[in-house]
Design a protein around this ligand. Structure first.
Ligand code: ATP
Ligand code: MG
Length: 735
């Protein structure tokens, strides 16, 4: 086996056993950073090189498209061959590929389009309106959640048991309407991708036999987060043959709220015959301080499958805990510390800031911007989710498919062309009554004269525009189509005339879309034979855009600090990690505090966060935080208390460090870094300080900015609320 040794060289004995196990079913169950993903990659290489499987016979499921690309690149490097036609991707992208190939068998139009959860919500809102259903009783998000939930359980409307429940009955009816609208418009949501492809295989025995024969081996990363539908899909594809490698960690199951079933990993051994289970126990990622903290934390969960995890690595630095006076102070601490770390030689991309809720990013972002630190939000407002991009893509979608109601509604009056909401409502009613698309309703209303005057002219102009765009772009290359649509639709002009930087940024984004289209045809993302020309390419590009919007992309080129939610940090690692907002109610999230099951999931999420760190971990919380528009006093998270004290050190400002801290008792961080002084003789004030004002009474200083004469402070007055005051003028007396 000498010639294969490079594949096994940099692996420990347990990893080797997993990589070189005979074909058959295998579960690799192991804690964070123990090399599961690495084993998966090497296993594929082994299957190709030693077991002589063709790349064509491998199906590998990863958690993000980015992870899929990385996996492919690493394999190509290991093996020195091109693996372009190997199927590696997320469940969604693989399902999409199946549906694209077999659109007729799947009863879909050739250029069906993927809608993301935003489009889905919009569609639900419209349905509620069309059917005059009270959106207080049936909140759109809940309806959306219901529909997705059904699909994740593999249920079509007729299969949902309502047991005569009226509320549930209404939900099911909405699901039915929703489904009809999607069918008519050739729209496919994320859940539908999976369900449809499952049905495709289930209902076409010949196809199923073909794929079962073709895929000799299935491999799945992050198996603990598969949901019922994904599990069923894998099981169907696997059939009776034993040929599946799954890797996962029950302690990192963090998508229960979205239907993931940690039982899937627990029952794998029983359900898949002859499963070999391999445990990996050595962690190669983190210092022992970090790993010990993670182990102690997760030990508070009951019912774990139980795993050992140790590291041969050094103890490393203790975990730093910072108590910010408020969220702004917390952000300042983080950004200042990043500055220090960078000046010590870390690159920015080695540093990540993780948080529980997306909304936390704003303050962090503003602080980063103010201090000129480049950053990237990984999985936040993503390029393809931005308004202007969605509008541009909606025009393109209409070129492919006039029946796409969601797109039509999105752009019928963007840029404004005098089509009012009233007119749109008339069209919508008509569409509903005659059970046709909006586009059809629009034409019917024009031809029978039910739209008149200005409204008719405006609608006619819109219809002409779409037809003209279609004609003009015939024969163009993909990026030319996009560029033409941007201009001729009036979108560029529209944003150019917007005031300020926002409009400028939107124009730049639209231009960037043309670049994206160009890069797309140059074939980075798809197989050569699939990319095609013009309209076909446009269809693929739009699908890719929708898939990307659901993904977590980061630009690999600029050296940026990485910001992301704890959820999107799964599977990644960074030398330096900050976890912000470690507070009761925020993390653990208050929605999960009542239910023990949900609380354990929060703890697993914390475990995921802690184990992202390789060398240094910072945890921070704010004692006062602006949440939902009001200041709230916060308590440090119970998770802090669950970490062994001897591994922690409390960070005080001005470089003071003391240890150990008692996380149970909030220390009031009055030794604030930011003290402001109006200059000369006036007293210098610190954040958190109590002051009194002749007019407004007593209050606390929340915020400060500027220096000297221009220094301002924000004071929260007991009776008067929050006010910004210029220190030079306001007569504030420290108390
Ligand atoms: P997670 O649970 O977070 O997904 P994982 O179990 O998938 O983690 P990997 O990401 O595969 O772990 O590996 C963690 C780190 O350890 C990586 O940097 C990887 O390159 C390194 N590593 C894994 N195995 C070895 C080994 N045998 N020798 C040296 N480094 C290793
Ligand atoms: Mg991994």
């Amino acid at each position: 086996m000498d010639d294969v040794s490079p594949l096994l060289d940099d692996l420990n004995p347990a990893q080797r056993e997993a990589v070189s196990a005979p074909l058959g079913n295998m579960l690799v169950l192991a804690g964070a950073g123990s090399g599961k993903t690495r084993v998966l990659v090497h296993r594929i290489a082994w299957l190709l090189q030693v077991e002589q499987l063709s790349p064509y016979a491998i199906l590998a499921v990863t958690f993000t498209n980015k992870a899929a690309r990385e996996m492919r690149t690493r394999l190509e490097a290991l093996l020195g061959l091109s693996l372009r036609n190997m199927w590696v991707g997320t469940f969604h992208s693989i399902a999409h590929r199946l549906l694209r190939t077999h659109w007729q068998d799947a009863r879909l139009p050739q250029h069906f389009q993927i809608i993301d959860s935003d489009d889905q919500l919009r569609l639900v809102k419209r349905l509620l309106k069309d059917h005059h259903i009270d959106d207080e009783r049936y909140p759109p998000r809940q309806v959306q959640y219901f529909i997705s939930g059904c699909k994740e359980e593999g249920l079509r409307p007729q299969q949902v048991q309502t047991h005569g429940d009226v509320y549930l009955g209404q939900m099911v009816e909405l699901y039915e309407h929703y489904q009809l609208t999607c069918e008519r418009g050739g729209l496919v949501d994320f859940g539908e991708l999976l369900l449809r492809s499952l049905e495709l295989l289930r209902d076409n025995p010949r196809l199923l036999a073909h794929y079962r024969e073709r895929f000799a081996h299935l491999l799945v990363d992050e198996f603990q987060d598969t949901n019922t539908l994904q599990y069923a899909w894998l099981k169907l594809l696997a059939g009776d043959r034993a040929g599946m490698t799954v890797v996962g960690d029950d302690d990192q199951s963090i998508y229960g709220w979205r239907g993931a079933r940690v039982e899937n990993i627990r029952r794998f051994e029983q359900e898949f015959a002859g499963t070999r289970t391999v445990r990996l126990e050595q962690n190669y990622r983190s210092t022992s301080a970090i790993l010990d903290a993670a182990n102690a934390l997760i030990d508070h969960n009951a019912g774990r499958m139980g795993k050992e995890l140790w590291t041969a690595g050094a103890k490393g630095e203790p975990i730093s805990v910072y108590a910010g006076f408020n969220d702004l102070d917390e952000a300042r601490f983080i950004v200042d510390t990043i500055g220090e770390r960078v000046s010590e030689g870390h690159t920015r991309r080695e540093i990540a800031i993780l948080y529980r809720s997306n909304a936390q990013s704003r303050v962090l972002e503003e602080t980063l911007i103010r201090q000129g630190v480049p950053y990237r939000i990984y999985g936040g407002q993503r390029f393809y989710e931005r308004l202007e991009i969605k509008n541009a893509l909606a025009y393109s979608r209409l070129l492919l498919n006039r029946e796409d109601d969601a797109s039509l509604e999105r752009v019928i009056n963007v840029p404004a062309r005098g089509i009012g909401t009233r007119t749109v409502e008339i069209l919508r009613d008509r569409a509903r009554l005659s059970n046709v698309s909006l586009w059809q309703a629009l034409h019917d209303s024009l031809s029978d004269g039910s739209l008149k005057g200005r409204a008719a002219n405006a609608v006619q102009a819109f219809a002409n525009l779409i037809e003209r765009l279609d004609n003009d772009t015939a024969g163009m290359a993909l990026h030319e189509i996009i560029a033409h649509v941007n201009e001729a639709s009036g979108l560029i002009e529209h944003h150019r005339s917007e005031k300020g930087e926002k409009g400028q940024a939107r124009v730049e984004n639209l231009e960037e879309l043309v670049n994206a289209a160009r890069a797309f045809t140059q074939g980075s993302a798809f197989d050569d034979q699939e990319a095609g020309e013009g309209v076909a390419a446009l269809g693929l590009f739009l699908s890719e855009a929708a898939l990307n919007a659901g993904d977590h992309e980061a630009d690999e080129f600029e050296d940026c600090v990485q910001l992301m939610t704890l959820h999107s940090a799964k599977g990644l690692e960074f030398p330096v990690v900050f976890i912000a907002g470690v507070e009761e109610g925020l993390f653990p999230h208050k929605m999960s505090m009542e239910e023990p099951g949900r609380l354990e999931e929060e703890r697993r999420l914390c475990y995921v966060g802690v184990t992202r760190a390789m060398r240094k971990l910072y945890l921070s919380y704010a004692e006062l935080r602006r949440l939902h528009g009001k200041e709230t006093f916060q308590r440090p998270s119970r998770f802090l208390r669950e970490l062994p004290e001897e591994l922690l050190e409390e960070v005080r400002l001005r470089g003071q460090i003391s240890r150990p801290m008692t996380a149970a008792r909030p220390t009031r961080g009055l030794s604030m870094q930011t003290s402001v002084s109006p200059g000369n003789d006036a007293p210098s004030l610190a954040l958190g300080q109590r002051v009194s004002h002749p007019l407004f009474g007593e209050g606390v200083i929340l915020n400060a900015e500027g220096e000297g004469e221009r220094a301002r402070v924000q004071v929260s007055f007991e009776d008067e609320g929050d006010k910004w005051l210029v220190l030079g003028f306001a007569k504030l007396t420290p108390l």
